[in-house]
Design a protein around this ligand. Structure first.
Ligand SMILES: [Zn+2]
Length: 194
């Protein structure tokens, strides 16, 4: 939702998005700061990136795959990131130590719903062997805004089809931030197990 409102965080710049889960408008700078903090925290809490020199990023033309490339190259200039087009996944470069799977918060919710309706209580893991998912805490719409307004990304991303998109949107309308609650639950369970 774009509007002429001011950012409710820095109180200076114009809003690019109303964050209903915070009850505040955010400008592009504050949105980026929230995004960076969220991703970095997941990376450090789960030791997703821990001294690796070469990491591969699965590229499937989703908004999350675009931002994975922009953001990770920006904050880890010392790491060599290679782009692995999804259709070549069978041929992962051997020198790669970890692989970024570009999944966002909606993918996390979708996976949970799918499993739940199949009678399983299961989450999309943040870390699974050499596969890491540092962006599962970020709503896809925020990623799209950052790509357009911060990264000036001209790439054409595809709309990701999800079976439960509509349902999850409705749930979020009833209770803002419910997907974040799901992620919080996952983190709590992980901490208990650890
Ligand atoms: Zn701001």
């Amino acid at each position: 939702m774009e509007s002429s409102a001011k950012c409710g965080i820095c109180l200076k710049r114009s809003s690019v998005r109303y964050l209903d889960y915070l009850g505040k408008h955010a400008c592009i700078h504050c949105l980026y700061k929230i995004f960076r903090k969220r991703v970095r925290r997941l990376i450090s809490d789960f030791k997703l990136i821990d001294g690796e020199k070469r990491i591969g990023i699965i590229f499937d033309r989703s908004p999350t795959s675009f931002i994975s490339i922009h953001f990770l190259r920006e904050i880890y200039p010392e790491i060599e990131f290679s782009v692995i087009p999804k259709h070549t996944l069978g041929k992962i470069p051997q020198k790669v130590e970890k692989i970024v799977d570009p999944k966002c918060l909606e993918d996390f919710g979708e996976f949970f719903m799918e499993r739940l309706l199949n009678g399983k209580f299961q989450f999309l893991e943040v870390r699974e062997g050499m596969v890491i998912r540092p962006f599962i805490g970020v709503p896809e719409e925020e990623i799209r805004i950052l790509l357009r307004k911060r990264y000036k990304c001209r790439g054409k991303w595809r709309e990701v089809e999800r079976k439960y998109s509509k349902f999850l949107r409705e749930v979020q309308k009833v209770r803002a931030g419910s997907l974040f609650s799901l992620l919080k639950l996952y983190r709590k369970l992980k901490l208990i197990k650890a």
